[in-house]
Design a protein around this ligand. Structure first.
Ligand SMILES: Cc1ncc(COP(=O)(O)O)c(C=O)c1O
Length: 241
C-alpha cells in the first residue's frame, strides 16, 4: 500500500482500497480501510464480521466526504438538509439507496460490537493451525502462509499450499470423505470468460496460476475451537498418505 499510495500521489490518482476481507487488520500500524483515499469493507456472510450481505465505505479524504454523503442519500443533499444547512433538499448528483434495512443493520451492529472478540478468537485458531503444520512445511509437504513483518492480520482465512494441483485435489477429496470441506480459493480472473472479455493482463502471471492451483483453505469460523483438533488430525493424516 505504501508503494501504491506513493504512485498515486505522483500521478494524482485516487486509490480505492479493497479491504473487503481486512477488517481489523493493520499495515505498518494503520488499520486496513484507512490506507487509501477510500476504503471498502464487505459484510457478506463469508467475512469475519458480517450482516449476510452488505458493506461499508470509509472516506479518508475530506475532499470526497460531501459527495459520498450525497451518493449515500440517493443523490440528494438530504444530509445537509437534516443538519439544517439547507431550506429543502433536492437531487444534486448520482446516488442510490445504500442504507441497510434495520434488520441487517441490527445484525451488523451486534457483530461489530464483538468484532475484537471475534478477531481475537480467529487469530488464536489461526496460530494453532500454524504451529500444527510447521512439520508439514519442514518436510516439504505443504507451505504455510507467510505474514509480512509490517502486517497484523485478522485471521480471515488459513490456507496451505500443496506441491501441485493433483496433490491439492486429492487432499480436498480425502478431507471430504471425513466430512470436512476444504475449498480452493479464487480462480485467476485472466482465465475466466468474463476476465478475458473485460480485462487484460501483462505477461502470463505464472505465480498467480501456480498458487491458484495449489492453494487449499481450511475451516476457520468463530466457535470452531472444539472441532479444530479433529480438523488438524485429519489434515495431518491426509497429507501423510
Ligand atoms: C477481496 C474482495 N473484494 C470484494 C469482495 C466483494 O464483497 P461483497 O460481496 O460484499 O460485494 C469480496 C468478497 O468476497 C472480496 O473478498
Amino acid at each position: 500500500m505504501a508503494a501504491i499510495m506513493a504512485l498515486a500521489e505522483r500521478h494524482d490518482l485516487v486509490v480505492i482500497e479493497d479491504a473487503a476481507q481486512a477488517l481489523l487488520s493493520y499495515y505498518r500500524g494503520n488499520p486496513a480501510g484507512a490506507l487509501g483515499h477510500f476504503g471498502v469493507f464487505s459484510f457478506h456472510d463469508t467475512k469475519n464480521v458480517m450482516s449476510g450481505e452488505g458493506g461499508g465505505i470509509v472516506v479518508n479524504d475530506a475532499r470526497f466526504v460531501e459527495r459520498a454523503e450525497i451518493a449515500y442519500r440517493y443523490g440528494t443533499d438530504r444530509s445537509a438538509f437534516d443538519r439544517g444547512e439547507r431550506q429543502r433538499y433536492t437531487w444534486v448528483d448520482l446516488g442510490s439507496s445504500f442504507a441497510p434495512n434495520e434488520i441487517t443493520a441490527a445484525v451488523l451492529l451486534a457483530q461489530l460490537e464483538r468484532a475484537e472478540e471475534i478477531t481475537h478468537a480467529r487469530r488464536a485458531m489461526w496460530a494453532r493451525y500454524h504451529s500444527a503444520f510447521a512439520g508439514l512445511e519442514a518436510a516439504g509437504i505443504a507451505r504455510r502462509p507467510v505474514v509480512p513483518e509490517d502486517v497484523h492480520h485478522n485471521a480471515h482465512l488459513y490456507y496451505l499450499l500443496l506441491r501441485d494441483q493433483d496433490a491439492r485435489d486429492r487432499f480436498i477429496s480425502t478431507m471430504r470423505l471425513s466430512g470436512i470441506t476444504t475449498p480452493f480459493h479464487f480462480v485467476p480472473l485472466d482465465d475466466s470468460p468474463g476476465g478475458l472479455r473485460y480485462g487484460r493482463r501483462h505477461g502470463m502471471l505464472p505465480t498467480t496460476h501456480s498458487v491458484a492451483g495449489r492453494l487449499v483453505r481450511l475451516p476457520l469460523w468463530f466457535g470452531m475451537e472444539q472441532v479444530q483438533d479433529r480438523v488438524i488430525e485429519t489434515v495431518l493424516a491426509a497429507l501423510k498418505q
